[in-house]
Design a protein around this ligand. Structure first.
Ligand SMILES: [Zn+2]
Ligand SMILES: [Zn+2]
Length: 164
């Protein structure tokens, strides 16, 4: 807990407000679902939102451990699932049978382009794709709640693809 307080002091004001908003959203979700509200779950939330890109549950667990967190692997795993259900995180499948997470808190929805050779993941947004998704939903009498769109490709430049 001491760590958490120190860490908060390092954030600037805007980030503290953002972090509080995320905490409120998660707290409401936990209450609604009758899940236990524990400090460990909020510690996982803070770490998860701090991650700059896409991450796996184990990577997050290891990075928390190296920063002296005592949160268990099981708590990291089940909290990430809860955060994905609460829409604070997006859970992605990049075709490697592993769940990848990323913050979706105040972030625009986006799609991914994955190099199947070196594993590089690029993000992009396309209004056209969103329009196609909406049109298909409309035609089928459905309302969109989410979608997943991945492009699997290979880097053209061998110098930029580390497993080429
Ligand atoms: Zn992404
Ligand atoms: Zn590549």
């Amino acid at each position: 807990m001491i760590y958490l307080i120190l860490y908060r002091l390092n954030l600037n004001n805007g980030e503290i407000i953002q972090s509080q908003e995320a905490h409120e959203q998660f707290k409401r979700f936990l209450k609604r679902g009758k899940h236990r509200i524990t400090p460990e779950r909020f510690e996982v939330l803070d770490y998860a939102l701090e991650q700059p890109g896409h991450f796996g549950a184990d990577e997050l667990f290891i990075s928390m451990k190296t920063q002296n967190s005592n949160v268990s692997r099981a708590t990291v795993y089940n909290t990430l699932e809860l955060l994905a259900k609460c829409k604070l995180l997006a859970k992605r499948n990049f075709g490697d049978n592993k769940a990848h997470y990323e913050s979706s808190f105040k972030r625009k929805n986006h799609d991914h382009l994955i190099c199947t050779h070196c594993g590089k993941i690029l993000e992009f947004t396309s209004d056209e794709i969103q329009k196609i998704v909406d049109r298909i939903c409309e035609e089928q009498g459905m309302e969109r709640t989410g979608y997943s769109f991945n492009i699997f490709a290979r880097c053209k430049d061998p110098n930029k693809c580390k497993n080429f």
